[in-house]
Ligand binder design. Structure first.
Ligand code: ME8
Length: 652
């Protein structure tokens, strides 16, 4: 049996879990369940990161001991994962005795191997990020305060004797690793960020502190406490028995995927592999650094009061709906926005209409015309054979996309098939055939649709385990999701079916009380877009209306280079771009692409713009032109040119 070892970031216990940390854990769970369904032996690990200054400080603020805080918050994480039906195989805590022993063993090995040396660290430290920064990396605010480039909070100057890790020694081996394994870090734009850091050269890393008590002492020099990041990263091997349980360790290591958020990519893609190289252990196969979630367009934070407990949504809509929404609406890998309004749209259209209603209609007819017994599939007609072919194509693409961790696209592909299945149902008009009394044909249509729904329920079970189990129950089959149920077309013959209530209940937007406050932001934005009559992303041209060449020539289409890009504040969709149009000079445009691209990945890219469009204002910001993009089924891709050409080049 093939194995699959997947981990999430382990979460700090200074604050309670929220929708952001839940996002990583839910996606990890989706992947773990998918691999189990495909026949892998899976180990899914999550846990909590409990040492360091940030936790010590949080405990002090509450007037309790750090360990007491850790126990309390780790308990809350565990309970939340249980409530969300997360199927982690283990929950690691960095205060676990076994973890502490492993960290001491690991770091002692780094010391023995000559990779640690003592020196004076004088520099800057960000407590919220538990990160050391070089002077040249800091940002400065208008009062001259030095700020962390990651979280923008003030850094502290520290000077103390530390042990350093010879990270610079691994610069060359890491470059080689990146060049030989282009998929070591994904998505590719995150990999490129890491490559740029490597190309500018790594500095040695301070990995102990003497002014801190809440941490794991270095055995060779116990006044020194091991840096919390070094301690935390080692969880990925301590949790699977390194070094005491070689049988278990060798079974699972190396990890197949470390799933993390983009802000901690450097630790996982550069420092962690260097640490592993130092002790001579194999490297993980992949680091996947996903994007960040905002809530109704705003950063998740306690002070904004939007660090929501996902149970609030689960209680309102059900676990599967929240999971489906997160996977489908937040393009996996990119930043995305959690909006209750969009969740309801997905629930009503994709789940209630497309999926649930199809099951409902089909089972209602089987109940009525076949006394609730699944009919047999009889002679196939062309339309039936075509449907089977389409299913096979959809299944193959779904599996390929899931294997490549293109989870959003995989689900999107499956829903394209569900649309086809609905179309089949409508085009074969079983209600007319029922009236005509052709039982064999009616049975074939209904059984074929139901077999397809069962297969869809199997494929979607990693994302929506509860509703898939419910579909199975209504078809009188054991809710054990394996790829074997995808085989053949007579899995259901003769089964007793249960019609039951609709699988998903539609919700009305007015039924919700939260979200209203912040969804105003997007409705304002939509209004502006409509009034200005300039949908900034794409305009649809219907093929029926033929135009002559002169009409086309009225458009001044040009190649432009993006020189700056930033998200428009308070807008879910808009990005402000400064573009270079060569001879036409530089100018600003605003485009509704924030849900599809991160501003940072756009800089330097060549795009196509309509350069002679009347200027318009979007959310008060002037836009002088419109970029072109292709849009289909909730996907959007910018148009570009094949090969290099100077900005300003005319398109004809
Ligand atoms: O960084 N959107 O822990 P942490 C998406 N202990 N994901 C989010 C998110 C958001 N808004 N907010 C948090 C640490 N996450 C370290 C990790 S690993 C050896 C040590 C998720 O509590 C995302 O996975 O700050 C992110 O990387 C992680 O939580 C950070 O959690």
């Amino acid at each position: 049996m093939k194995k699959f070892y997947i981990t999430t970031a382990i979460y700090y216990v200074n604050a309670e879990p929220h929708i952001g940390s839940s996002y990583t854990t839910i996606i990890g769970d989706v992947i773990a369940r998918y691999k189990r369904m495909m026949g892998y032996d899976v180990f899914y690990l999550t846990g909590t990161d409990e040492h360091g200054q940030k936790i010590e400080q949080a405990a002090r603020e509450r007037g309790i001991e750090p360990k007491q805080l850790c126990d309390e918050i780790a308990g809350k994480f565990k309970q939340l994962w249980k409530d969300l039906g997360i199927t982690n195989d283990y929950f690691v805590r960095t205060t676990d005795e076994a973890h502490v022993r492993t960290v001491q063993y690991f770091v002692s090995k780094m010391l023995e191997n000559g990779d640690l040396y003592k020196g004076i660290y004088q520099g800057w430290y960000c407590v919220p990020c538990e990160t050391y920064w070089g002077e040249d990396e800091l940002e400065v605010d208008e009062h001259g305060h030095k700020l962390c480039p990651s979280c923008k909070r003030e850094v502290r100057l520290i000077e103390e004797e530390n042990y350093f890790f010879r990270l610079s020694k691994y610069n060359g081996p890491l470059l080689k690793l990146f060049n030989e394994n282009p998929k070591f870090v994904e998505p590719d734009f995150r990999r490129n960020e890491m490559l740029r850091i490597l190309e500018s050269g790594l500095r040695d890393l301070s990995i102990t502190r003497t002014t801190l008590k809440w941490g794991i002492p270095l055995p060779a020099d116990p006044q020194h406490v091991i840096y919390v990041w070094v301690d935390a990263l080692i969880n990925y091997v301590s949790a699977i028995g390194y070094p005491d349980n070689p049988e278990m360790f060798n079974k699972w290591w190396p990890a197949d995927v470390h799933l993390i958020g983009k802000e901690i990519n450097r630790f996982h893609s550069l420092i962690w592999p260097a640490m592993l190289m130092s002790v001579g252990l194999p490297l993980p196969k992949k680091i996947y650094a996903h994007g960040w979630l905002t809530v109704n367009g705003q950063k998740i934070s306690k002070s904004l009061g939007n660090a929501i407990d996902p149970r609030e949504y689960v209680n309102r809509y059900g676990n599967d709906v929240v999971r489906y929404y997160l996977v489908r609406d937040i393009m996996f890998g990119r930043d995305g926005d959690f909006s209750e309004e969009n969740l309801i749209k997905r629930l009503n259209s994709d789940l209630a209409n497309d999926y649930g209603n199809l099951l409902h209609r089909t089972l209602a007819m089987i109940q009525k015309h076949f006394d609730s017994r699944m009919p047999e599939i009889g002679a196939l007609e062309d339309i039936d054979r075509k449907l089977i072919e389409e299913y096979e194509k959809a299944e193959a693409s779904y599996i390929e996309l899931m294997d490549n961790l293109e989870i959003t696209d995989a689900v999107d592909r499956l829903w394209q098939f569900i649309s086809l299945l609905n179309k089949y149902f409508d085009e074969t008009h079983p209600w007319i055939i029922a009236k005509e009394g052709n039982k064999e044909r009616l049975g074939t249509i209904l059984a074929l649709v139901t077999e397809n729904i069962m297969k869809v329920a199997t494929l979607i079970s990693p994302i929506m385990p509860d509703s898939s189990a419910e579909v199975y129950r209504r078809l009188s089959i054991e809710p054990r999701f394996t790829h074997e149920t995808l085989q053949g077309w007579d899995n259901l013959k003769g089964k007793q079916i249960i019609h039951g209530e609709p699988l998903f209940k539609k919700m009305d937007k007015s039924e919700i009380d939260v979200g209203v406050r912040l969804t105003n932001v997007s409705s304002v934005e939509e209004k502006v877009e409509m009034n200005e009559n300039t949908n900034p992303s794409v305009n649809v041209v219907t093929t029926e209306e033929l135009i002559d060449i002169d009409t086309f020539k009225k458009l001044d289409l040009r190649v432009a280079k993006i020189v700056e890009a930033e998200k428009v504040q308070k807008s879910e969709k808009l990005v402000k771009l400064q573009i270079d149009l060569g001879d036409l000079g530089k100018r600003q445009i605003v485009a509704g692409i924030a849900q599809y691209y991160n501003p940072e990945e756009l800089v330097g890219k060549l795009i196509i713009v309509v350069a002679n469009l009347k200027p318009a204002k979007l959310m008060g910001i002037e836009s002088k032109g419109m970029l072109l993009a292709a849009k289909k089924d909730g996907q959007l891709r910018l148009l570009t040119v094949l090969g290099d050409i100077e900005p300003g080049a005319k398109i004809s």
